[in-house]
Design a protein around this ligand. Structure first.
Ligand SMILES: [Zn+2]
Length: 321
């Protein structure tokens, strides 16, 4: 595998170059695509779809929603699995990074500016340039490289109609730390994901171990806060202590998770935002009744119980009525 210096030299050679020749939109701007877009997004602005209203508007006729800019040049599903004949340098850079051990990709930023409304009949061309490729960065997702591109959209007269910047991260995913597990046995339940423990929240989890749901309290203004964090959002004091919640509260909001299966979690599972009577909220599971019976406003009571052979969590049960 190539070393870091060679990889970065090869990456930097792309900066300032185009990803390929200008791409022509396969179809001229047209009313059918505009209508489908508006239907899909629920956009009922009449200048996009109603010819009579559009004629009397400042536009004098139907225009395309500006946010469709990229839609005119996007390819279909073939984008997701480029062929060997694909000459797009973005594909090349992706392959280069995958071969160097950075196989994953995530889009992180996108900005667009629209310079004029597009009208049916406009032919759109797009040219993309590599604006920047970062040095190696450590991120929460993993180590990798940020790639910034800038796409300029032009009409058939060569005039700019808008632009888009797009940033992706190509990365080597962090390994999810797994608790050291004993040899698998069919009788043992898989463990849930472990909470990340740090300086700012360890005391809260120690509270759970001690059988307490703690709520952080500002020492200066007594405002309660959760999740744990270093500074009071009301008075900016960094002095704090905690109170112990009674564990009584109500369901503020909830979802029922059906899919995907995750080891250690029994589905369907009600994941709820509980508003404690003390006033702060926390995310927890409501158990003790079928998930379908959980309702917003339902009174619940916490019990700290084992989630698996190692981890204890606050679970909420319907309150005795
Ligand atoms: Zn405060």
């Amino acid at each position: 595998m190539m070393d870091k210096a060679e990889l970065e030299a090869r990456l930097s050679a792309y900066v300032g170059t185009t990803t390929g020749p200008p791409v022509a939109a396969p179809d001229a701007v047209n009313e059918a695509m505009i209508r489908h877009w508006c239907e899909a997004l629920g956009d009922r602005l009449p200048v996009y779809t109603d010819a009579d209203t559009a004629r009397q508007s400042v536009h004098g006729g139907i225009v395309a929603p500006p946010t469709m800019l990229q839609a005119w040049i996007l390819r279909g599903f073939s984008m997701a699995s480029p062929s060997d004949e694909d000459k797009d340098a973005q594909v090349e850079v992706g392959r280069l990074l995958a071969a160097a051990g950075y196989p994953s990709v995530v889009a992180t930023n996108c900005e667009q500016e629209y310079l004029r409304y597009l009208r049916p009949g406009d032919r759109i061309f797009a040219e993309t340039v590599f604006e920047a490729i970062s040095g190696q960065k450590a991120t929460a997702l993993g180590t990798g490289y940020f790639i910034d591109t800038r796409t300029t959209f032009r009409d058939e007269r060569g005039e700019s109609v808008g632009w888009m910047t797009f940033r992706i991260l190509r990365f080597k995913p962090n390994q999810v730390p797994q608790a050291a597990s004993p040899a698998p046995s069919t009788s043992q339940k898989p463990r849930r994901l472990r909470p990340p423990l740090g300086h700012d929240n360890r005391w809260w989890w120690e509270g759970i171990e001690a059988g307490e749901i703690r709520i952080q309290r500002c020492k200066r203004c007594a405002t309660l806060r959760h999740p744990p964090r270093p500074m009071c959002g009301t008075c900016q004091s960094i002095e704090w202590d905690w109170i112990v919640s009674q564990g009584a509260g109500s369901v503020y909001s909830h979802v029922v998770m059906h899919h995907p299966p995750v080891p250690g979690y029994d589905l369907p599972l009600c994941v709820a935002l509980i508003e404690l009577d003390e006033g702060t909220r926390l995310v927890a599971n409501v158990i003790g009744c079928p998930p379908s019976q959980v309702r917003i406003g339902m009174r619940v009571q916490a019990r700290i119980e084992p989630a698996d052979d190692e981890l204890r969590l606050p679970f909420f049960y319907p309150a005795a009525t």
